[in-house]
Design a protein around this ligand. Structure first.
Ligand SMILES: C[S@@+](CC[C@H](N)C(=O)[O-])C[C@H]1O[C@@H](n2cnc3c(N)ncnc32)[C@H](O)[C@@H]1O
Length: 273
């Protein structure tokens, strides 16, 4: 199904363009889809055998398949057809039958209110121009008493380091709106009526050349991307622990998983009713 609502604007076009190109290579990134990485999110969401789960901006489907192993039924939604093709391939290869894939827009989820037991979103909020609306939609389609789980990389609290990190990321992937500091994600939860979320902090390791090979930087500026990463070595200018290792440079994406329960009495903005 092709979504009518995933719009024709410039940002939507950048998302489609980047993730159509990235789909295969992103699906193969072991540090994002290995068992340990997925186990962190599954642990935060705690799916039960009777649960129906939804993962928004599901990309190549690894979270959906991991959740489906514990849940009754798991749905993955994404705007990019090439990502959903990878997701279908993964579910078939892993012989996981209780999954469903939908093409659509996180700002207008094609589901009724109060339907899912668990709604997750991993490593996608930094692509959202309207993160509060995206979270509101996730809350709307979640049952009262169900779980909302958001995972994303976070920037340093130091604005200059955050800006340097986002400059590099926007060059590396022009569909990046911006990674946010931890407090900004926490504020999004509070504004959506989700108080006192549980938090799990972890790091996604990165190596410069592998990262460059997997990227489609603005204007094909691969050398510019290398220079930006290298420029962070001396003073950790991006706040991502950049350091030399032999011929290459290592760094990381500091990340957090926030999980909260949709309250029984949710504010009007939560339920959209
Ligand atoms: C970095 S990938 C993350 C994929 C997956 N969540 C994971 O952790 O492996 C970001 C995904 O967000 C999707 N996306 C971005 N904006 C979206 C929107 N407004 N609605 C639905 N999907 C969106 C892209 O198509 C892409 O597949």
């Amino acid at each position: 199904m092709v979504s009518d609502s995933f719009g024709p604007d410039a940002h939507d076009a950048r998302i489609r363009e980047q993730f159509s190109r990235q789909a295969k290579i992103f699906a193969e990134a072991p540090e994002l889809h290995n068992e340990a990485a997925l186990a962190l999110l599954v642990e935060a969401a705690s799916p039960r055998p009777t649960d129906e789960t939804l993962d928004v901006a599901c990309g190549p489907g690894s979270v959906v398949v991991a959740m489906a192993r514990h849940a009754r039924h798991s749905v993955g939604l994404d705007a990019t057809a090439a990502m959903l093709a990878e997701a279908r391939r993964l579910a078939e290869a892993e012989a996981v039958p209780n999954v469903e894939w939908r093409q659509g827009d996180v700002y207008a989820l094609p589901f009724g209110s109060d339907r899912f037991d668990i709604v997750t979103c991993r490593f996608a909020f930094h692509h959202f121009e309207r993160p509060a609306v995206a979270l509101q939609e996730m809350v709307r389609v979640c049952k009262r008493g169900g779980s909302i789980v958001v995972c994303d990389a976070i920037t340093s609290d130091d604005p200059s380091k955050a800006e340097a990190f986002n400059r590099m990321e926007r060059l590396r992937d022009p569909s990046t709106v911006g990674f946010r500091p931890f407090d900004a994600l926490l504020a999004l939860f509070a504004d959506a009526g989700l108080s006192s979320p549980e938090m799990r902090f972890f790091q996604v390791p990165a190596e410069r050349e592998q990262m460059v090979r997997r990227s489609f930087p603005a204007g094909g500026d691969y050398d510019g991307l290398r220079r930006m990463i290298d420029a962070s070595v001396d003073d950790d200018a991006m706040g991502s622990g950049t350091r030399r290792s032999g011929d290459t440079v290592l760094f990381c994406y500091p990340s957090v998983i926030l999980s909260a329960i949709k309250p029984a009495l949710c504010r009007q903005t939560c339920s959209g009713t």
